[in-house]
Design a protein around this ligand. Structure first.
Ligand code: 0GY
Length: 297
């Protein structure tokens, strides 16, 4: 038992996801997922904005196997702050089948950065979603960017679409490969060919070092699970087809902060052929791209 009680409105992740009808290609990577705790071993950060239920590395490996995936990219979740121990512990027990994206402070030492690298970390996450974090000032983020560039790492950015105009110039000046979480969280009630999504597309179009995760239909959809998140498909399909070499896909297990419904991870996998309709697009999305970014060595 730990001293942490999950938030009252916290939905537990799906305990018996369906077996997807879509068979992912051999070697597929779930390139966006998290581990939470276990809190008794890896306490949540005092500055966190939510308290989740535990979601352990063993439970993540079980999901990976059940869905037919081979590898994971574990993204440090905000509930652990800049204490990367739970994520690093998962990488250490993955037998090389997981890589990580860390959260670090500008004051991190070179030794600590190298230890993260040796553990399998290949990127840092800059989070601008206000309900999740108090974002670091730009100068601190720039210091981190310059330091992690030396390790060949990339930067994952998480923001909501309404904030992109203000963040655009900061993002495009970043010195490394940049991966946008969840397509910049578009408002899918707006047209896919409208001005808001056009700004996100321009970001990728004009900056060849920008990538996007085409993940999280369950967060973006208004149509919801009963309609198979159909309203998200045109957005994700457009990104996959326009930038096939720069897209990643992930489950987002254990789905932090979902309050209206918890997705069936098998159903999320079954969306892949709808957004990446050919075998070639699926191979790039699930294997070639994540392997290039996370297992280049
Ligand atoms: C996600 C989404 C969320 C949370 C986090 O690190 C986190 O706490 O990533 C969210 O609530 O939108 O992408 O996993």
């Amino acid at each position: 038992m730990s001293q942490f009680t999950p938030d009252a409105d916290w939905l537990h992740w799906h305990l018996s996801p369906s077996k997807p009808a879509f068979k992912v290609p051999e070697g597929a990577v779930d390139a966006h997922c998290h581990v939470f705790g276990p809190a008794a071993q890896f306490p949540f950060a005092p500055e966190r904005k939510y308290t989740p239920c535990d979601a352990s590395k063993h439970q993540l490996w079980a999901l990976r196997d059940h869905l037919g995936f081979s590898r994971n990219v574990i993204v440090q979740a905000t509930c652990h702050g800049a204490d990367n121990r739970a994520m690093v512990d998962a990488l250490a027990s993955s037998q090389g089948l997981a890589r990580g994206v860390a959260t670090v402070k500008a004051t991190i030492s070179d030794d600590e950065l190298h230890a993260l690298h040796n553990a399998g970390v290949r990127g840092v996450r800059f989070n601008f979603v206000k309900r999740l974090v108090d974002a670091l000032p730009f100068d601190e983020l720039n210091t981190i960017a310059t330091r992690i560039k030396k390790l060949g790492w990339h930067i994952v950015i998480y923001f909501e679409s309404q904030d992109l105009p203000d963040l655009y110039d900061f993002f495009t000046a970043l010195p490394t490969t940049v991966v946008v979480d969840h397509m910049g969280r578009p408002d899918v009630t707006k047209p896919v060919d409208g001005p808001e999504f056009a700004l996100f597309l321009k970001l990728l179009e004009e900056n060849e070092h920008f990538w996007s995760k085409v993940s999280c239909p369950e967060r973006l959809s208004v149509a919801g699970p009963n309609n198979h998140y159909a309203d998200v498909i045109p957005f994700a399909k457009m990104v996959v087809e326009r930038f096939p070499e720069r897209v990643l896909w992930g489950t987002d297990w254990p789905h932090p902060n979902l309050k209206s419904h918890m997705p069936d991870d098998g159903a999320l996998v079954d969306m892949i052929p709808k957004i990446a309709p050919t075998a070639e697009l699926q191979r790039k999305l699930l294997i070639d791209n994540p392997m290039r970014l996370y297992w280049a060595d």
